[in-house]
Design a protein around this ligand. Structure first.
Ligand SMILES: Cc1cc2nc3c(=O)[nH]c(=O)nc-3n(C[C@H](O)[C@H](O)[C@H](O)COP(=O)(O)OP(=O)(O)OC[C@H]3O[C@@H](n4cnc5c(N)ncnc54)[C@H](O)[C@@H]3O)c2cc1C
Length: 465
């Protein structure tokens, strides 16, 4: 586990005593709870915080931050704990501030197509709440994550190819800074050129610059027609070329997801489906009836030229829901294929023209390597995940996964892509930061120093020592 040399261990015990006096039962030092809060969903080593505080309001967050700041105590914000790069590990101990009880939907401005929420509101809760407005919130990581956590990791998911990521969908924030002040940044206007874009700075900051206590997000009209289809291909190259040519047409479908043979076998078993075991695209079209029909026809033609079979359509809402649930659960499905294993997942994202080369090289590595794995991806964005199914107690398997994952990242950066399209850095991807950003790291460090001079906000994450 890496440790930041910058973190100064303060008097954590004094912070806990003061927090206990102020918050009573909202604070817990129970080991099981601390362990749960120091782990995300990943192969990275967890580390429990010294205490967990359940904040109920922005005022709670401000007071807790002031107490921790007084004693130089590290603070680790927590949403729903589904992040994948060791984001939540309390590398220097400290207090985890759990925001999952801040679940108010403060406003829905249907006429302006936006909503203002507290950070603990999950994406599914927001979508249930606004169902009758004819609008929806588009970002859908596979987990039912909190909107605070999704903002903090700059998350995306299957819909990003058409509706963008959290970067494009967050309009304004309220943030408690490292000294306990509350700042409001951004606004609800569709565009603004008033100064530095602080909203974008906090989106993806992983709790290292402040705690987000309110988020204004964009909503989108529910499309008149939605049609999902599955198309199996003779080769992986055919499937990826179909994606590239479709994107190059300039009108992407709403979703375009690749699953390799291994993933399809796993999904068939886990979700009791009967899909042909072959490289497969899951595609979804949104729009008017006529636009969807026309769009689908042109993608079908491209697929046929690349060795794709017939489209198998899911038109009814419940059929579509089943299909996308299976896609979202494919990570758990893969894990079940090797009992006792855990997922080691990469997250490279490359310019679309480089996608085939990168995916095929990752597949070749997997085929020649010693551990099983699968490839799945939000390929419409150029983002793909290679998941190595490793036995946690076999060091040679962990070493092999690390070697193969490094090769995925090296190839992505060599073609001007990124090591992480959506999962973020945590501490797991710190080794790639310098390679990807070069001297840009020093600018990031200067920002961190300006906003969090005592380095108490989730220390040891994002920036290399
Ligand atoms: C099965 C599965 C599928 C997934 N699929 C996707 C996917 O398709 N796309 C994708 O992008 N991700 C995916 N993820 C990863 C994960 O869901 C996202 O990273 C998500 O955004 C994390 O949200 P969370 O609420 O769980 O945050 P947490 O894990 O609780 O926290 C994540 C980070 O944000 C910080 N943080 C949390 N809340 C706040 C706040 N209010 N203020 C400041 N900092 C905060 C934390 O300190 C931490 O650094 C998947 C995860 C799983 C388990």
């Amino acid at each position: 586990m890496r440790a930041s040399v910058h973190a100064r261990l303060g008097d954590i015990a004094a912070s806990i005593a003061a927090l206990e006096a102020r918050f009573g039962k909202q604070l817990s030092v129970a080991l099981a709870l601390r362990e749960q809060h120091g782990a995300g969903i990943s192969h990275h080593k967890p580390r429990p915080p010294d205490a967990v505080l359940f904040a109920a309001s922005t005022e709670d967050v401000r007071e807790a931050v002031r107490i921790c700041a007084r004693h130089d105590t590290p603070i680790i914000p927590y949403g729903t704990g589904t992040s994948m790069e060791g984001h939540l590990a309390a590398l220097h101990g400290g207090v985890c501030i759990d925001l999952s009880r801040m679940t108010k939907i403060i406003a829905v401005h249907a006429e302006d197509m936006d909503a203002v929420v507290e950070p603990g509101v999950t994406r599914e809760a927001l979508n249930s709440f606004i169902r009758d407005t004819g609008l929806f919130f588009s970002i859908d990581p596979g987990a039912n994550a909190s909107i605070g956590g999704m903002t903090a990791t700059r998350a995306s998911g299957t819909n990003a190819v058409r509706y963008g990521t959290m970067r494009e969908n967050v309009m304004a924030l309220k943030v408690v800074t490292a000294d306990g002040e509350l700042i409001a940044i951004g606004n609800r206007a569709k565009k603004s050129s008033m100064g530095y874009d602080l909203t974008r700075l906090f989106v993806g900051s992983e709790g290292t610059l402040g705690l987000i206590t309110e988020i204004t997000v964009k909503l989108h009209p529910q499309p008149q027609c939605i049609a999902s289809a599955v198309c199996a291909f003779e080769t992986m190259k055919g499937a990826v070329d179909t994606v590239i040519q479709t994107i190059q047409l300039g009108a992407p479908p709403a979703r375009m997801e690749l699953l390799d043979e291994f993933s399809i076998s796993a999904v068939n078993k886990h979700s009791k489906m009967n899909l042909k075991v072959a490289p497969t695209l899951f595609i979804e079209f949104h729009g008017s009836d006529s636009a969807v029909g026309e769009h689908a026809r042109s993608v079908q033609e491209i697929a046929a030229e690349n060795g794709g079979g017939d489209f198998i359509w899911s038109l009814l809402p419940e059929e579509r829901a089943r299909l996308w649930k299976a896609r979202h659960e494919s990570g758990w499905a893969a894990r079940e294929m090797r009992p006792g294993c855990m997922n080691w997942t990469t997250d490279a994202c490359v310019p679309i023209s480089q996608l085939a080369e990168n995916i095929l090289a990752a597949r070749a590595d997997l085929d020649s390597g010693a551990i099983p794995g699968r490839i799945i991806g939000h390929v419409g964005d150029g983002n793909f995940h290679v998941t190595y199914l490793v036995m946690p107690d076999l060091p040679h398997e962990l070493a092999e996964a690390e070697r193969l994952a490094n090769r995925v990242v090296e190839r992505a950066i060599a073609c001007e892509g990124t090591a992480s399209g959506e999962h973020g850095v945590g501490y797991g991807k710190i080794p790639h930061m310098r390679r990807e950003h070069g001297a840009g790291i020093e600018l990031m460090r200067a920002i961190k120093q300006a906003l969090d001079p005592r380095n108490i906000m989730n220390p040891g994450k994002i920036l290399p020592d």
